[in-house]
Structures are given as structure tokens and as C-alpha cells.
Design a binder for this molecule. Structure first.
Ligand SMILES: [Zn+2]
Length: 110
């Protein structure tokens, strides 16, 4: 829940890329995400609020679940590219969305 890039995520991805030589990073969001839904509806509280606030800034006024998920995924892709691609020029970072209702993955997101 709450597909966002932070220092812990970046350090794990960096390890996979730099030490394990992973050539591809896929940021996989999903429809029906409770965190994205909470960001759309502005009803977060508790410790998760920091994550929801970050997603809220990313999705802006977007109310559509799929479009908001795509925005969040694309933001994460760009964060990882910014952090890792200069040191790993051959690295590919792509975004995708898992459709929770039908079980398919959309690799061609908006
Ligand atoms: Zn989720």
C-alpha cells in the first residue's frame, strides 16, 4: 500500500541495480489502491498520512482512480531515474499498472 519512493526504497533499488546488476526496474502500481483512494478523497490519518500527503501532491486534483495511479507511478519512475540513471546509464525504469479487478498488467500507461 502507498506506492511511493523514499530513501529506503531507493537504497534497495540501488542495491539491486548496482550490486545485483538488475537491468530493469518496474514501478508497479495497482488500481483500487487504498492509499491512492485516500489521497483522492483526502481522508488520511495516523502514521500513513505522510505517505498519503505525498501521493496527494503528486496526483493533484485528479479524481479518477486509474489516472491517479498512473500519475503516482510515473512520478516514482522519474524519481528512480533521477536518482540512479546517471550512475547506471543502461538501466531501464518503466511504469505499469496492475488492474486488480481483472488481473492484467498495463505496461502502456498514460
Ligand atoms: Zn495500494
Amino acid at each position: 500500500m502507498g506506492n511511493v519512493v523514499d530513501e529506503t526504497v531507493l537504497s534497495s533499488v540501488d542495491y539491486a541495480v548496482s550490486h545485483l546488476k538488475a537491468p530493469l526496474v518496474v514501478v508497479l502500481g495497482h488500481t483500487g489502491c487504498g492509499a491512492v483512494n485516500s489521497a483522492i478523497n483526502g481522508n488520511a490519518s495516523g502514521m500513513i498520512k505522510k505517505t498519503i500527503d505525498k501521493i496527494s501532491k503528486i496526483i493533484g486534483e485528479t479524481k479518477d482512480d486509474y489516472l491517479a495511479t498512473c500519475k503516482n507511478v510515473n512520478f516514482g519512475v522519474n524519481e528512480i531515474k533521477t536518482a540512479l540513471c546517471t550512475h547506471n546509464p543502461h538501466l531501464k525504469v518503466i511504469g505499469a499498472v496492475y488492474h486488480s479487478d481483472i488481473g492484467t498488467v498495463d505496461f502502456d500507461i498514460v
